[in-house]
Ligand binder design. Structure first.
Ligand SMILES: [Zn+2]
Ligand SMILES: [Zn+2]
Length: 402
């Protein structure tokens, strides 16, 4: 039995999936999170396109344990926040729904537009002609549905769940999960400005170890062109995190038009105000244990690297917030990123400046790059840290144009 609870982000993008290269670093799949409690109970939060990748990962785990897919079924609780496309569009592409040995327990609210069994209707309508080639009779996994509403509390095998209404067109629920090792609040698709909801989200988030919060827009957009669209900003997230004494704030539901650099900017602004801020990234995980919350970023999607050595001057901030500057060796370098050996241990998702000595023969030159930390390991050399970075400059500006 594991002693930790683990939260994995499979989809972090709001509204619609993105494929643009400059959105890759944070990811383009729409909302889907997996929360596995210390007792091994699996909760799935929202069914955006990230659900497909979760399905593939569960299948691998399942095959590893058993002889075949029939050996051990998946048993999971699926909590859906609301019925907008970006939160349900992964359903037809989740293999485990089509396998008879699996069991799913669904939770969502009764929509006034759909009436009773709203979630069941939504699920079945997605597998109907002419929208999808496979009909609902192929959904062989056993399914049960429970209608919940804001203010409801219930238990899922040792985890206490609380739901609260958010301010969003056609309604949306936030969920809080209280586990023996810590608490997670999932509050996406919400706009501040309605008194009782602003109050209830603060109440729901009170003392949470992790608050995942809608940060789709900049504070400026939220005050002007995007007012009334049902979303929020990093600034509101910071206010709630502070007022509710949250331990970690995760900016979530990134706008499809936000490039990775835009999200970098939101994160760095949020960290100025609330240092324990993170920007949700596809593949990122947060492990909750009695020792606190540990964050890990996915293995970066770097291309083929070259085994070269360059000297560089690296400036950044350590895990405990101190600035550092040191001479370092660049071990691998590509147009997208590098692997550095550093004495300092920079914070994940923090920005570094890397000045690489690119002198040739008699000509001295310096290649200055801004980078973000995506990985940190004990390093290939003793007492040093191996630090993976990706460069945040636009790839275009580095490449020659035709
Ligand atoms: Zn959404
Ligand atoms: Zn929505």
């Amino acid at each position: 039995m594991q002693k930790n609870a683990k939260l994995i982000f499979w989809g972090v993008r709001g509204s619609t999936p993105t494929l643009e290269r400059d959105s890759w670093r944070y990811g383009g799949n729409t909302p889907c999170l997996e929360l596995t409690t210390a007792d091994g109970v699996r909760l799935i939060l929202d069914c955006g396109t990230g659900l497909r990748m979760l399905g593939n990962s569960l299948r691998t785990v399942n095959h590893r344990w058993g002889e075949g897919p029939g050996e051990f079924g998946i048993d999971a609780h699926v909590l859906v926040t609301h019925y907008h496309w970006d939160h349900i569009q992964g359903i037809p592409f989740f293999h485990p729904f089509f396998e008879a040995q699996n069991r799913f327990h669904f939770y969502s609210f009764q929509s006034k537009y759909l009436g009773r069994n709203s979630l069941r209707q939504v699920l079945e309508a997605q597998l109907a002609s002419p929208y999808f080639p496979v009909d609902v009779s192929n959904l062989r996994a056993s399914r049960s549905f429970r209608e919940v509403a804001g203010g409801d509390e219930w238990d899922i095998t040792g985890t206490h769940v609380t739901a609260a209404w958010l301010n969003h067109p056609q309604d949306c629920l936030a969920y809080r999960f209280d586990m023996p090792v810590g608490s997670v609040v999932y509050a996406t698709d919400t706009e501040p400005g309605v008194r009782e909801k602003d109050h209830s989200i603060r109440e729901l988030a009170h003392g949470a170890d992790v608050l995942i919060y809608d940060a789709q827009y900049s504070p400026e957009q939220l005050a002007s062109s995007r007012k009334g669209w049902g979303h929020s900003s990093w600034l509101e997230g910071v206010k709630i995190a502070r007022e509710s004494k949250v331990r970690n704030l995760v900016l979530f539901h990134h706008d499809p038009d936000s490039t990775s650099r835009v999200i970098d900017g939101f994160l760095s602004a949020a960290r100025q105000e609330f240092p324990a801020s993170w920007a949700a990234m596809e593949g990122m995980s947060m492990t909750l244990s009695e020792r606190g919350v540990a964050v890990a970023l996915p293995k970066s999607r770097l291309g083929q690297r070259r085994r070269l050595r360059f000297a560089a001057t690296v400036k950044g901030e350590t895990e405990d917030g101190r600035p550092f500057e040191e001479r370092a060796m660049v071990r691998d370098l590509s147009l997208h990123g590098a692997y550095l050996c550093l004495n300092s241990r920079p914070r994940l998702q923090s920005e570094l400046s890397v000045a690489i000595d690119a002198s040739a023969e008699h000509e001295s030159s310096l290649l200055s790059l801004r980078a973000t930390v995506v990985h940190c390991d004990p390093g290939r050399e003793r007492s040093q840290n191996g630090v993976g970075v990706v460069f945040v400059e636009d790839a275009e500006s580095e490449m020659p144009r035709d």
